[in-house]
Ligand binder design. Structure first.
Ligand SMILES: Cc1cc2nc3c(=O)[nH]c(=O)nc-3n(C[C@H](O)[C@H](O)[C@H](O)COP(=O)(O)O)c2cc1C
Ligand code: SF4
Length: 487
């Protein structure tokens, strides 16, 4: 990625008095379908990598969310939680009944810490498989499927038709010995990607039976997961239709599936609507059902705000109780990972749009994506739909949040990294103590930890210093160097 030219400053804020804060829209109620959030403050999904390798809730997961809950935001959305019962590292899972007990303890802890004032949703995710970038030798020896096209290319190169029938090991060795230029002419785009980035499945890989079957299996997987969430005591669920994952890929303008679940606007939105309907049918009328989607994929050939607004209208007409808007965060423009690592969707330009930093263009990171939530909200209101819209992206202070609400950019303000930097920030502002807020630097130290699947912490509070009171072992990161919970 080209170096971005402008380094922005986190501007000083003129914080409100307690009286002003108490009158503010930010701290007013908002209806979310059948429930009312007491405030328009929202902690969006953030994966902290604290679950067990089996996807179970740990004490660290519980403490992490209880810490946010102490400030009593209107809503906390629990991190992306897998709807399938498959190994996915220390990411929470909800694909089987055995996950319900742990999640239920998590719900109880948040209720207690927020004194019942925070609504708690869980973000439900499905994702396709992605492999680590392989060592070159291994790729040619084992992973690459040798095809006739490879043999023909070698035959053409050497003017030797014998390559068509040569032993496969010879073909592999010859390919492995090629320089990059020749490889570019020999391998397909996908094969090259598998070599240089690691193999990544797409929703358009309909030659793979499990990918072709996604429209058959996903509605019931999401519906069962949502029903478990309700059983665990969550107030609702947020379907993850954003970023680099399966449902966003169905919505993508790059979805060329030809089985009625791609290509056209109606085709792309079909499975997301079927999932929404299945989830709705499995939840009680008290449960909130919302979703997170992209206002812009921010990649070449991706969905732009025009289609995104139409999608949002469809979701609202089909009963979504809120629409949370994000941007980018795609694999298509991710940086090349090191050998042995997997590509990560927040490393390229679309990743920057998702989690903008102070190293940015003229517009900078603050409230950067509000124009998207604003357009989506306007499209909904234009159709007479009052579904609340959640805005996010660099929202780091009271004035920006309040202006976004007052000017119709969004109905609810989500702030991820500012809440990580200071989980008490909403409460401090409401008490008229804004001057004591620890302000996020927007340099993405936390995101780098996330990228390496290390426990996420914030540079502003995670140093263990000499003279600190001793921390219990479960509050120290696996590398032994960082405290896991904000002081
Ligand atoms: C460490 C980390 C993990 C995240 N995990 C998720 C996630 O699980 N699901 C999701 O929709 N967004 C995720 N996000 C994106 C945030 O929810 C949010 O949209 C983004 O950080 C921009 O908001 P902000 O500027 O307030 O941080 C994550 C962000 C961070 C920093
Ligand atoms: S690590 Fe940096 S970007 Fe992340 S929350 Fe803390 S200050 Fe903000």
């Amino acid at each position: 990625m080209k170096a971005l030219p402008v380094v922005h400053k986190v501007a000083d804020e003129s914080w409100p008095t307690r009286e002003e804060a108490e009158r503010a829209m930010l701290f007013s109620e908002v209806e979310l379908g059948p429930r009312v959030a007491r405030r328009r403050t929202w902690v969006p999904a953030m994966v902290p990598w604290r679950a067990t390798e089996e996807g179970m809730v740990t004490e660290q997961v519980i403490e992490w969310y209880a810490r946010f809950a102490r400030a009593k935001p209107g809503v906390i959305v629990i991190e992306a939680t897998g709807v399938r019962d498959v190994a996915s590292g220390p990411l929470l899972r909800i694909g089987h009944d055995r996950f319900v007990d742990g999640l239920s303890r998590l719900v109880d802890a948040v209720r207690e810490a927020s004194e019942g004032e925070t609504l708690l949703f869980v973000q439900l995710i499905d994702f396709l498989s992605i492999r680590r970038r392989p060592e070159r030798e291994k790729f040619f020896a084992r992973f690459l499927e040798v095809t006739r096209a490879h043999r023909e290319r070698l035959a053409e190169r050497d003017g030797d038709p014998a390559w068509i029938d040569r032993d496969e090991r010879d073909v592999r060795a010859a390919l492995s010995a090629m320089n990059d230029d020749s490889l570019r002419k020999t391998l397909t785009e996908r094969e090259l990607e598998a070599l240089e980035y690691g193999h990544r499945e797409r929703v358009t890989d309909t030659h793979l039976p499990h990918v072709r079957a996604l429209p058959e299996v996903l509605p019931s997987l999401f519906a069962s997961a949502a029903a478990r969430a309700e059983r665990a005591g969550f107030d609702g669920v947020e379907l993850h239709y954003a970023h680099a994952y399966t449902m966003a890929s169905f919505l993508s303008a790059r979805n060329t599936r030809d089985d009625g679940y791609g290509t056209t606007f109606e085709g792309r939105v079909r499975l997301p609507l079927e999932v929404l309907a299945a989830v709705r049918a499995g939840l009680s009328s008290r449960a909130v059902l919302g979703l997170r989607m992209l206002g812009d994929e921010a990649i070449d050939g991706g969905t732009r705000i025009r289609d995104a607004s139409r999608f949002a209208v469809e979701f609202a007409k089909h009963g979504a109780h809120f629409i949370s808007v994000s941007k980018g965060g795609k694999f298509e423009d991710a940086k090349q990972p090191k050998v042995g690592h997997a590509a990560y969707p927040y490393t390229g330009p679309s990743g920057h749009e998702c989690m903008p930093t102070v190293r940015s263009d003229e517009r900078g990171p603050f409230g950067r994506n509000l124009e998207l939530s604003r357009s989506i909200r306007a499209a909904l209101r234009g159709q007479g739909l009052s579904v609340p819209v959640v805005g996010a992206g660099g929202i780091n202070g009271f004035r920006l949040a309040e202006r976004a609400l007052a000017e119709g950019d969004c109905d609810v303000v989500a702030s991820a990294r500012q809440s990580l930097a200071d989980p008490d920030w909403f409460a401090k502002v409401l008490r008229g103590e804004g001057a004591t807020v620890r302000r996020c630097k927007f340099t993405n130290y936390c995101e780098a930890l996330d990228q390496h699947h290390k426990e996420v912490t914030c540079q502003l509070w995670d140093k263990i210093r000499e003279g600190d009171p001793e921390l219990p072992p479960h509050r120290i990161s696996a590398d032994g160097r960082r405290r896991l919970i904000a002081p």
